[in-house]
Design a protein around this ligand. Structure first.
Ligand code: ZN
Length: 458
């Protein structure tokens, strides 16, 4: 079979390779689903079987953005409990979330995916931990929505089994049994996980948090993940309330508790990691445990500022996360580049906290490391998957900013002219190519109303 090629020329290129190589004017050649060459100036002469040649004048090419933490279902419950901290906010929303069914989850997944992909995300993830009894095949619906959008995807099959009567935070009617959660997670791995380098769908084992799952679910979930060779994901060290909860129930802080249940390692990544002392950070660094930094959500829920500069200095893999849209209503990852930089500069390291290049690295290569996919994605280098975004930089919003990476990180959200996943366009001229945004908007509105009505009935 003949390998067809796409040539992109005349754009600025930020490769996010190991040396942060940038080209003020450069090119990319894409052969099949992989990058064949990237460099300064026009594409080499004599490139054959070119089916598409793009003059990308006025654009910046970067690796596609990689989201490492999200809860798609929350697309239907945005803008609620807006003045709460995490525990109050969860308690306010659990009863509504417990009413979710397959159609609602499908619509919410489409809404969350559409918003992210339109904004330059090429690898998405969903941590779905609400599985009401009789709700249908929620994992299947989410994976199908991702497939339809065309994005690369990790489903973290979440679970909760510690209800109020066991000292947990969620109401008893919102949790699964230990055995039920483990069996359903294993079935999801067997049905959907593809470990190949080109994989479009991967599954992770993802009990929700120390305050909503049993110690057995953490321990046995870790054993299941390692038996199956998949990654492990959960929330950790998000708030001072969680720290207090762990000390009261387990007699130790969250990081020590995770260590005692098999939850530190190069195959683990955790959302938030805000309240970590130096010993906790050293434990993450020593074990290669990754972090999904979610600055907007942490601010919205008044959780605190994660010590990202210290995590990076220690060598901890760090990516960025939107987090669920009930705590970050925009649902867009490119705003997290900006907020990661701004919020971390409010911390102890001030202006030395993060650079614009470091922020872009968190959202691309950092995310790939956290998801275990850095060999194949996260930077623009020959041999890597052609997950590439062309950001338009010549409009009113950015045209007067000379440095395109600074424009992308600090400026208004940049329009996406083209987004490729494995060389296949998922966005053209700011619009999704595979799904109709207006249909998605209508279905999310309908399902959000249905959920609100069901919840109001009690
Ligand atoms: Zn979360």
């Amino acid at each position: 079979m003949v390998t067809t090629r796409t040539v992109i020329e005349n754009c600025a290129v930020a490769t996010v390779d190991a040396h942060d190589t940038e080209h003020p004017t450069g090119h990319l050649v894409i052969a099949g689903n992989r990058i064949e060459s990237v460099g300064p100036g026009p594409a080499p002469a004599g490139v054959e079987n070119v089916t598409r040649r793009i003059d990308a004048t006025g654009h910046l090419a970067t690796p596609g953005l990689i989201n490492t933490h999200h809860h798609f279902y929350q697309w239907l419950t945005r803008g609620l409990a807006t003045d709460h901290h995490l525990f109050d906010w969860l308690v306010a929303l659990y009863p509504t979330w417990a009413r979710l069914d397959e159609e609602m989850v499908r619509a919410a997944a489409h809404g969350s995916l559409a918003m992210m992909v339109r904004g330059g995300v090429t690898t998405a993830m969903d941590h779905h931990y609400v599985h009401p009894r009789g709700a249908g095949d929620l994992s299947g619906a989410i994976i199908e929505a991702a497939r339809e959008t065309g994005v690369r995807f990790t489903l973290a099959r979440g679970s909760m089994d510690r209800g109020v009567s066991d000292g947990g935070l969620p109401p008893d009617f919102a949790v699964e049994t230990l055995e039920g959660a483990l069996a359903a997670t294993e079935e999801t791995i067997d049905r959907h996980h593809d470990p190949s380098p080109d994989s479009m769908t991967q599954i992770a084992v993802a009990p929700c948090s120390p305050f909503s799952v049993s110690t057995q679910l953490l321990t046995q979930g870790a054993e299941l993940a390692r038996r199956k060779g998949v990654r492990l994901h959960t929330h950790g060290s998000e708030t001072t309330e969680e720290e207090r909860f762990c000390r009261e129930l387990f007699g130790m802080g969250p990081t020590d508790y995770f260590a005692s249940t098999g939850w530190l390692g190069p195959d683990v990544w955790m959302a938030h990691c805000v309240h970590m002392n130096d010993t906790d950070i050293a434990a993450f660094a020593r074990t290669g445990t990754g972090v999904a930094h979610c600055p907007s959500s942490n601010a919205r829920l008044a959780a605190g500022i994660a010590r990202v500069p210290d995590l990076l200095k220690a060598g901890v893999p760090v990516g960025l996360g939107v987090d669920g849209t009930a705590s970050n209503e925009t649902g867009e990852l490119h705003t997290e580049l900006r907020n990661a930089l701004l919020i971390n500069r409010l911390g102890a390291h001030r202006e030395a906290a993060l650079t614009t290049r470091r922020a872009l690295r968190l959202a691309t290569h950092g995310g790939a490391r956290v998801l275990g996919r850095a060999a194949d994605t996260g930077s623009l280098e020959p041999g890597k998957l052609a997950d590439v975004v062309l950001w338009r930089m010549d409009t009113l919003a950015h045209a007067s900013i000379a440095d395109p990476v600074a424009a992308l990180v600090l400026g208004a959200p940049a329009p996406v002219t083209l987004s490729l996943v494995g060389g296949v366009p998922v966005v053209e001229n700011g619009r999704l190519t595979r799904v109709d945004e207006d249909d998605v908007a209508r279905s999310t509105r309908r399902e959000a109303r249905r959920l609100a009505e069901l919840a109001a009935r009690g």
